[in-house]
Design a binder for this molecule. Structure first.
Ligand SMILES: Cc1cc2nc3c(=O)[nH]c(=O)nc-3n(C[C@H](O)[C@H](O)[C@H](O)COP(=O)(O)OP(=O)(O)OC[C@H]3O[C@@H](n4cnc5c(N)ncnc54)[C@H](O)[C@@H]3O)c2cc1C
Length: 309
């Protein structure tokens, strides 16, 4: 199960602990049996599932309509999802359908009387907004890095099927195809270790040899700065930062990355940051726990060799 999903469940449990209330999990898709079983030990009052071939791909119009309907039927007060590419598309539609207020990228919550106060990161994490949402229901997305997975609960939550009447679902969107990268290395948002490369890397081959090579030696995911994405050296899916993925691994190794605020917005919650940069004044060293002033083309092959022995 994705760490982000577990973080959203952790958030829900925290919220319900504070409000002395219960939460339910809703899962949508096709062939969901193994997933519903895995969700049974999160401490939810129920695991609801809508299982239908029409839901095999997350088309925002259908998903939003179903989530909205279930929330209305159950009189849900808060609808929460992990902040992700999919929820960015789906949950604002749910908020519109329910005429609800919406907050994205929530990083903290506290109870205040009968209500809640939320914190969310703005301007690449340089400002934190403290916000209250009027009315009910409320729709939220939460940052995976900000909340932890709930501890396993032995008692299994009951599993309840939600009826799917495809005739009542919107059909403006049609799924055509999906191009995904071939699985191999872990995803940066899920990995405990991430090795990222910046403009210092001159070609895709150099990136693969140095960044990919070090990542494989460490069992890490790879990431990149936007400079390399803009330069056509790495695919968009690798970008870490304000307009890319937000990661909070145990170890982040930045190779030839200057440390622009937009990049740091995506990795500054890492536990241990290691930077290699030939410029001793590079801003990345201000947040690095370990820094090496060196040329990545010289230092990284030696590091890989050393780690392999
Ligand atoms: C609205 C907006 C959103 C943005 N979103 C993002 C984002 O999500 N992610 C992101 O990364 N950026 C983002 N940017 C871009 C960001 O501002 C920087 O331009 C970018 O992060 C720089 O990438 P870089 O560190 O690889 O390159 P540079 O800033 O050019 O730094 C390269 C570094 O490599 C070092 N170096 C060069 N050669 C070597 C060598 N051989 N060995 C060792 N070190 C070497 C240099 O000393 C330098 O510090 C955004 C910008 C804007 C305006």
């Amino acid at each position: 199960m994705k760490l982000a999903t577990l973080a959203a469940a952790g958030f829900a449990r925290q919220l319900c602990g504070a409000a002395n209330d219960a939460f339910e999990v809703l899962v949508l898709g096709s062939g969901l049996a193994p997933i519903t079983e895995a969700l049974q030990h999160l401490g939810a009052a129920q695991v609801l599932y809508a299982d239908h071939p029409a839901l095999a791909n997350p088309l925002a119009d259908k998903y939003a309509a179903l989530i909205g309907r279930v929330a209305q039927e159950r009189d849900s007060t808060i609808i929460v999802g992990a902040a992700s590419t999919f929820t960015k598309d789906i949950l604002p539609r749910v908020a519109a359908l329910l005429d609800a207020g919406m907050l994205s990228d929530v990083i903290e919550v506290r109870a205040e009387g009968d209500d809640f106060v939320f914190k969310r990161a703005l301007f690449a994490g340089n400002a934190i907004a403290t916000v209250k949402l009027a009315g009910s229901p409320k729709v939220l997305t939460v940052r995976a890095a900000a909340f932890t997975a709930p501890a396993r609960v032995e008692a299994a939550s009951p599993i309840v099927q939600v009826a799917v009447d495809t005739g009542t679902l919107p059909s403006q969107m049609e799924f055509v195809s999906r191009d995904t990268k071939v699985a191999g290395r872990p995803d940066a948002t899920e990995a405990k270790r991430v090795v990222s490369g910046g403009r210092a890397l001159k070609t895709p081959e150099d990136f693969e040899r140095l960044v990919g090579g070090l990542a494989d030696t460490l069992g890490a995911a790879v990431g990149s700065s936007r400079a390399l994405v803009d330069g056509g050296i790495t695919p968009n899916s690798l970008q870490i930062g304000q307009t890319g993925k937000v990661v909070a691994p145990e170890l982040y190794v930045a190779l030839g990355i200057s440390g622009a605020i937009q990049h740091m917005a995506g990795m500054k919650d890492t536990k241990v940051i290691v930077a290699i940069n030939k410029d001793a004044d590079a801003p990345i060293f201000e947040i690095a726990d370990y820094g090496l002033v060196a040329d990545v083309y010289e230092a990284v092959p030696r590091l890989i060799e050393k780690l392999k022995t």
